[in-house]
Design a protein around this ligand. Structure first.
Ligand code: GLN
Length: 536
C-alpha cells in the first residue's frame, strides 16, 4: 500500500493533548496490523531538546539512537510498545540548519533561498524520504504548537502543498470551553480556528473536541452546521482518568471506519485479541482490581512543580503497579523542603522512596537526606541516574565515613569525588548532544542481586543521559563496606547499577523509565513496586 499521511493539528490553545490523540491513532492502526510511524514537528529553533530546561519544556526524552527529543515521543512509544528513531523528529532548528548547509554547498546557486518553495519543498522531500525509507502504511504527523502561530506556519503550508499530490487526512484537535455560570459548551473558538485553517487552504476532515466534559449534542450540531462536517466526523475527547483510554473511546465513536473510508482503504479487521489485551492492561491501570494493594511512593525531586518533568517516571510506576497488583499513590516532594525539616516528618508513612534524574546543585542535600532516611529505616529505594549518584554520595558520607563526599558537579573541590566527570568529557566546550546518551548495554555481574532477579538475564540495555559517572577509585572501598556493584558497562569500566545489601535499595546510572511500556513495565520498577508492596 502506498504510504498514507494523517496530520494532527492543534487549535485554540496549547496543552490539549495532541500527543495523546496522535498516539491513539497510531495504536488504533497497529490494532489493524498496519505498519505505522509518527513524525513530530516542533517549531522551535533549537536543533533538539537536549539543551532545554525541563521546567519550561517538560521531560527531555531520549531514544536508543542517542537523540534527545520532545516528551511526546515517550507517549508514542508507550502506546506503540516499540522504539522510535531520530528520523521521526523534525525541528525548526534541524530544518533551517539543513537549508543553510544546502545553500553553502551551492545547491541553490543563483537563487534567492525562500520559505516557499525552498523550505516547504525541503519539508515535503523529508516526508517522502521518510515514507520511502520506512515503507510504513501510515505516517501520523503531529504538528507542535497551535494553528495561527508564526512558528509552525511554514510547516502547515508545506503540508497543504503536500496534500495536493499525496493521500492526506487532516485532524484538528480543538477546544470547547464551558463557562461555569452559563453552563454551556462554547463552540465559537473552535469555529474561528476552523476558519483560520480554511484561510490557509486546509479543510480539516475531522475535529477532535477537547473539553472537561463530553461534547453535548447541541455543540456537535452547531459545529457541524458551521464547518459543514457531518456530525460523526466531530469526535468527542473529554478529560478522562487515563490517557490510555482514548484509543478505545475513538473506536467506540467509529473513528477507524471513517478514517479508512476517507482513504478508500478497506478489507482489514481489527485484531480483537490484541485489543482485548490492551484494554485489560489499561483497565488494570485505571480501575485496578480487588486483589490490589495500595502503596505510597514518594518521588523526591527538584522539578516537582511541573509534573511533566517526570512523566516517564510516573508512567513507569503506573505500568509496574498494574502488572504487580499494586495501586500506587504518588506523593511529590520538592527536595528542598527536606533541607529544613526532619525527614521523618516528610517521609514517615511512605512505602517507597524514589529519587529521579536531575541537573545542578539545588535541592541535592534534601535528596541525600531522603536516601539516608530510606536506608536507615529500610524503606525500599529506587534511584534513577542522579538518584544513583546521590545514593553513592550518601553511602560515602554516612557508611564509609568520607565526610563531605560529593560529585564534582556540585562541589568541584570536594576531597572525595565519588562521582566525577569522565576524562573524555573534560574540555568539551559544546553542550548539545555531548553527554553519555542513548542505549548502552550493561552486564549484570552478580547473580545474587536485585538487578539479576529483576531482569532475569545477564546483558540488558537501558537508555542514558548524563555527564558524570561513579568514580572507580572508590569502588573497592564501597564494596568492602557492603555496597554491591551489580552491573557495569560491558567493558567493566563504568558502574551501571548499585545496591544495598540490607533492605531493598537499588539505583542505576541509566533511565529505565524511558523504556517502560504499559505492556512491558521496566524491570527495576517492577522489583521496586513489589518491594514496596511487601514492606506493608
Ligand atoms: N547531573 C547528573 C549528570 O550529569 C545526572 C543526570 C541525570 O540525572 N540525568 O551526570
Amino acid at each position: 500500500m502506498q504510504t498514507k499521511f494523517i496530520v494532527v493539528l492543534g487549535s485554540v490553545m496549547s496543552g490539549l493533548g495532541k500527543g495523546v490523540v496522535t498516539s491513539s491513532i497510531l495504536k488504533i492502526l497497529t490494532l489493524y496490523n498496519y505498519k505505522v510511524l509518527p513524525i513530530k514537528f516542533d517549531g522551535y529553533l533549537n536543533y533538539d531538546c537536549g539543551t532545554m530546561n525541563p521546567y519550561r519544556h517538560g521531560e527531555v526524552f531520549v531514544l536508543d539512537d542517542k537523540s534527545e527529543v520532545d516528551m511526546d515521543f515517550g507517549t508514542y512509544e508507550r502506546f506503540l510498545n516499540s522504539s522510535l528513531t531520530k528520523d521521526s523528529s523534525i525541528t525548526g532548528g534541524k530544518l533551517f540548519n539543513g537549508i543553510i548547509e544546502k545553500e553553502r554547498v551551492g545547491e541553490y546557486l543563483g537563487e534567492d533561498v525562500q520559505i516557499v518553495p525552498h523550505l516547504t519543498g525541503f519539508i515535503q522531500q523529508k516526508l517522502l524520504d521518510f515514507a520511502k525509507k520506512t515503507r510504513v502504511d501510515f505516517v501520523v504527523i503531529e504538528v507542535g504548537g497551535t494553528v495561527g502561530d508564526l512558528e509552525n506556519g511554514y510547516f502547515i503550508e508545506a503540508l497543504r502543498e503536500f496534500s495536493l499530490t499525496n493521500d492526506v487526512v487532516f485532524i484538528d484537535v480543538t477546544y470547547l470551553p464551558k463557562i461555569a455560570v452559563v453552563g454551556e459548551q462554547k463552540t465559537k473558538p473552535a469555529q474561528f480556528a476552523f476558519r483560520t485553517l480554511m484561510s490557509v487552504g486546509i479543510r480539516p476532515d475531522f475535529l477532535v473536541c477537547r473539553g472537561a466534559e463530553s461534547l453535548s449534542d447541541n455543540a456537535r450540531k452547531k459545529l457541524s452546521v458551521q464547518t459543514s462536517l457531518p456530525k460523526e466526523y466531530i469526535l468527542d475527547d473529554p478529560d478522562m482518568t487515563s490517557a490510555y483510554l482514548l484509543p478505545d473511546y475513538l473506536l467506540k465513536q467509529g473513528f477507524d471506519k471513517l478514517l479508512f473510508s476517507k482513504f478508500g482503504v478497506t478489507g482489514r479487521k481489527i485484531d480483537s485479541k490484541n485489543l482485548d489485551k490492551w484494554n485489560k492492561s489499561v483497565n488494570n491501570i485505571v480501575s485496578g482490581n480487588e486483589k490490589m494493594k495500595r502503596a505510597r511512593i514518594a518521588i523526591v525531586g527538584k522539578y516537582i512543580d511541573l509534573k511533566d518533568s517526570y512523566v516517564s517516571v510516573r508512567e513507569a510506576i503506573l505500568h509496574a503497579g498494574a502488572m504487580s497488583s499494586v495501586e500506587p499513590e504518588i506523593i511529590w516532594i520538592e527536595s528542598e523542603t527536606l533541607e529544613n525539616r526532619p525527614a521523618s516528618e516528610v517521609l514517615g508513612g511512605m512505602d517507597g522512596i524514589l529519587v529521579p534524574g536531575g541537573f545542578g546543585k539545588r535541592g541535592i542535600e534534601g535528596m541525600i537526606k531522603a536516601i539516608q532516611y530510606a536506608r536507615e529505616n529500610r524503606i525500599p529505594y529506587l534511584g534513577l541516574c542522579l538518584g544513583m549518584q546521590l545514593m553513592s554520595i550518601e553511602f560515602a558520607r554516612n557508611v564509609c565515613g568520607l565526610r563531605g563526599a560529593n560529585s564534582t558537579e556540585f562541589n568541584p573541590k570536594t576531597k572525595y569525588n565519588v562521582i566525577d566527570i569522565l576524562p573524555s568529557q573534560i574540555g568539551l566546550d559544546k553542550k548539545g548532544a555531548t553527554m553519555r546518551l542513548g542505549a548502552w548495554d550493561m552486564s549484570i555481574n552478580k547473580k545474587n542481586s536485585i538487578a539479576f532477579s529483576a531482569y532475569g538475564k545477564r546483558v540488558v540495555s537501558e537508555r542514558h543521559r548524563h555527564r558524570y559517572e561513579f568514580n572507580n577509585k572508590f569502588r573497592n572501598m564501597f564494596e568492602k563496606n557492603g555496597l554491591v556493584v551489580s552491573a557495569t558497562t560491558k567493558d567493566g569500566k563504568l558502574v551501571e547499577i548499585i545496591e544495598w545489601t540490607d533492605g531493598f535499595g537499588v539505583a542505576t546510572q541509566a533511565h529505565p523509565e524511558l523504556k517502560s511500556r504499559i505492556e512491558s513495565p521496566a524491570p527495576l520498577f517492577s522489583a521496586f513496586i513489589t518491594a514496596c508492596k511487601n514492606r506493608q
